[in-house]
Ligand binder design. Structure first.
Ligand SMILES: NC(=O)c1ccc[n+]([C@@H]2O[C@H](COP(=O)([O-])OP(=O)(O)OC[C@H]3O[C@@H](n4cnc5c(N)ncnc54)[C@H](O)[C@@H]3O)[C@@H](O)[C@H]2O)c1
Length: 301
């Protein structure tokens, strides 16, 4: 039987703070396939995430179909806006949402992974995070600061993760990120430079696949997921409309499950995908292929 087997592999999943998004679904799918999981959580969300775990609020979703439970070997604080602690402004460093969390930069995560697991110690890195402070503003009204912040957190962070974590990877290592078709087609309302950030993430996937493939022998892919009502997506404000629209107009007219994105990420990270790199893989019920909405049947009176 040909099965996705990640036994003996360790995945670092950046962007998990509850059980309602793609990062969690990917971590769970990879654990189902046998991988061990370390997660990176945005410092302001870390306390709530730890409380959810301690109080058993996520117990049902942590249950694995193969038996046992999803366990996190470690939960590291990670703010993907910062490459090193030198980049962190004093007001962030001293804010109570960040105080006492140690080095929460990308270099900090690299150092923790190196200390906790040695070199090489990881096999898979998942970038499942994004933030656009002005996402509700049309692109044309977005400030330079808001635009650059969206690109910094949502796209540049992936470059930084590849550079810092690829040297910690065992042969056959794999990077996967999450993108959205707003990077290539107009999605009205997906503003604040987030569409630009997704376009950058997709272009970078190709270039990083080349550079990191030659330098470290690792693969770099991105999954273009259909709309899904995670916490981040709900913040955009019209996620239910996007979901309904895709459900009505996609070739497979039904709701996308986060688990389906998880399964694809597990496949891409597995040896079964050993020749796939530099790809944008659509997991959207085929919606990206459409050029026209499905019109309602004409009413016959
Ligand atoms: N939900 C959708 O409809 C959809 C569709 C396509 C792509 N995506 C992408 O999927 C990825 C995961 O998003 P999701 O929708 O599952 O939501 P989510 O809320 O589960 O994940 C987003 C995560 O990003 C984290 N984050 C925000 N700023 C951060 C920072 N500076 N440093 C570190 N972490 C930070 C948040 O704490 C959160 O855990 C994102 O890249 C998103 O753009 C989502």
């Amino acid at each position: 039987m040909l099965a996705i087997d990640l036994t003996g592999k360790r995945a670092f999943v950046a962007g998990v703070a509850d059980d309602g998004g793609f990062g969690f679904a990917i971590a769970k799918a990879m654990a189902e396939a046998g991988a061990t999981i370390v997660v990176g959580t945005w410092p302001p969300a870390l306390g709530i995430f730890q409380k959810l775990l301690e109080r058993g609020k996520m117990d049902a979703s942590m249950q694995l179909a193969r038996g046992g439970r999803l366990e996190f070997e470690h939960i590291y604080p990670l703010d993907a806006a910062y490459d090193t602690m030198d980049d962190v402004p004093p007001e962030v460093r001293e804010s109570k949402r960040y105080l006492g969390q140690g080095d929460f930069s990308i270099a900090g995560v690299r150092d923790r992974l190196r200390t906790d697991f040695g070199v090489p110690g990881i096999d898979i890195v998942v970038h499942s995070l994004a933030n656009g402070p002005e996402v509700k503003k049309p692109l044309v009204d977005t400030s330079r600061r808001g635009y650059l912040d969206a690109i910094s957190v949502s796209a540049y962070s992936n470059i930084s993760l590849v550079r810092e974590l690829a040297p910690l990877m065992r042969p056959g290592g794999s990077f996967v990120s999450l993108t959205y078709m707003a990077g290539e087609r107009v999605i009205p309302g997906y503003g604040g430079g987030m569409s630009s950030a997704k376009a950058a993430l997709e272009a970078d996937t190709r270039t990083l696949a080349f550079e990191a493939g030659r330098r470290w022998g690792v693969r770099v892919n991105t999954i273009s997921a259909g709309p899904y009502a995670s916490r981040a997506a709900s913040a955009i404000g019209f996620i239910d409309t996007m979901i309904r629209y895709c459900e009505e107009n996609a070739p497979i007219p039904r709701r996308l499950e986060a688990e389906e994105v998880g399964h694809t990420a597990a496949f891409l990270a597995s040896p079964l995908a050993s020749a796939i790199t530099g790809s944008v893989v659509y997991v959207d019920n085929g919606y990206h292929a459409m050029g026209m909405a499905v019109l309602p049947e004409p009413q016959v009176s």
